[in-house]
Ligand binder design. Structure first.
Ligand SMILES: N[C@@H](CCC(=O)N[C@@H](CS)C(=O)NCC(=O)O)C(=O)O
Length: 321
């Protein structure tokens, strides 16, 4: 775990000293867009863009789900980092085929030699200009949703314009309290900061569980981006966040509606292929020595995400037009 300062790698853990023990996530810095119509410096093309992801990471996971559901596997390549993130940060098993890098920070300095900041996944790389187009998953999934439609026959729109305001509203709540909420609890180094994040997280999960009692999906009675953004945290919750991040008031399995909702999303064709519990568990339990110094990875829990979800009657099928 570390960061780049003026292009030099420094191995250091998150600095919570300045924030009274609270974990504060920094903004992603590469924010360009791929456009369908060539209105940006990065026009959509087949074979030009490449994703670099971790199978452990909930933010990167969003991009893998969109690539899969939009059937863009032949259009946008993927490289996967090793599960453990240690002194060199994210690394590759051998030279990464597109950039030749063996450590992710080399990809960042290749794009910007004097880069200062965190070295995170996902990365959307442009092979033509050897640059990083974007390293913010929220924006990458918006690009995958529509910008590459000329190269796929999947017309599903996970962020339809008429639902966008509501999707953004739910995303804001879910990001702050749940997606990032588990990290605020897990990376806190002061008891009060941990407890505040814990309470906010479980209040939010209670709220979302109640919402899902009467509807199958979060927004507009159809499956949207908002559901996928919640999914990548829910699927890691019982395996990692309950124990490793001390988010142990309840498991997702204990929630009457969230538990079936999680299975419903997991069972959408193609999605299970994007979930890798081996990487997920080895990454978290093995990479955060300040939280789990022995690096021992728990064997459990036994999860059965293929069990019937029982939610068909609450709303339309996931990929219904
Ligand atoms: N805002 C980014 C956050 C990505 C992020 O924080 N990824 C984590 C992995 S789960 C990471 O690479 N962390 C490395 C670090 O912070 O040094 C996004 O959503 O794309």
């Amino acid at each position: 775990m570390g960061l780049l300062i003026d292009g030099q790698w420094h191995d250091q853990w998150y600095d919570t000293g300045k924030t009274g023990g609270a974990f504060v996530r920094t903004e992603a810095q590469f924010r360009d867009r791929v456009s369908a119509d060539g209105s940006t410096p990065y026009p959509a093309e087949a074979g030009r863009y490449h994703l670099i992801v971790s199978l452990a990471c909930p933010w990167a996971h969003r991009t893998l789900i969109f690539r899969k559901l939009k059937r863009l596997e032949g259009v946008i390549g993927v490289s996967i980092v090793e599960p453990l993130m240690l002194a060199d940060g994210w690394t590759f098993a051998g030279p990464e085929p597109v950039t030749g890098a063996t450590r992710l920070h080399e990809v960042y300095t290749r794009a910007e030699p004097g880069y200062s900041g965190r070295v995170t996944v996902p990365v959307l790389w442009d092979r033509q200009t050897s640059s990083i187009v974007n390293n913010e998953s929220a924006e990458i999934i918006r690009m995958l949703n529509r910008a590459f439609d000329a190269f796929t026959d999947v017309r599903t729109d996970f962020s339809p314009p008429d639902l966008l305001d509501e999707i953004d509203r739910i995303n804001g709540f879910v990001y702050d309290r749940i997606n990032n909420g588990v990290y605020k609890a897990g990376f806190a180094t002061a008891q009060d900061k941990y407890e505040a994040a814990f309470d906010a997280l479980f209040d939010a999960l209670d709220e979302v569980d109640a919402l899902l009692a009467t509807r199958r999906w979060l927004v507009g009675n159809r499956l949207t981006e908002a559901d996928w953004r919640l999914f990548t945290t829910l699927v890691r919750f019982d395996a990692v966040y309950v124990g490793h991040f001390k988010c142990n008031k309840r498991r997702i399995a204990d929630y009457p509606h969230l538990s079936g909702y999680l299975r419903d999303l997991y069972q959408v064709p193609g999605v299970a292929d994007t979930v890798n519990f081996d990487h997920i568990k080895r990454h978290y339990y093995g990479s955060h020595a300040t939280i789990n110094p022995t690096g021992i990875v728990p064997k459990g829990p036994a999860l059965d995400l293929d069990a019937p979800h029982g939610r068909d009657a609450l709303g339309p099928d996931p990929l219904a037009a």
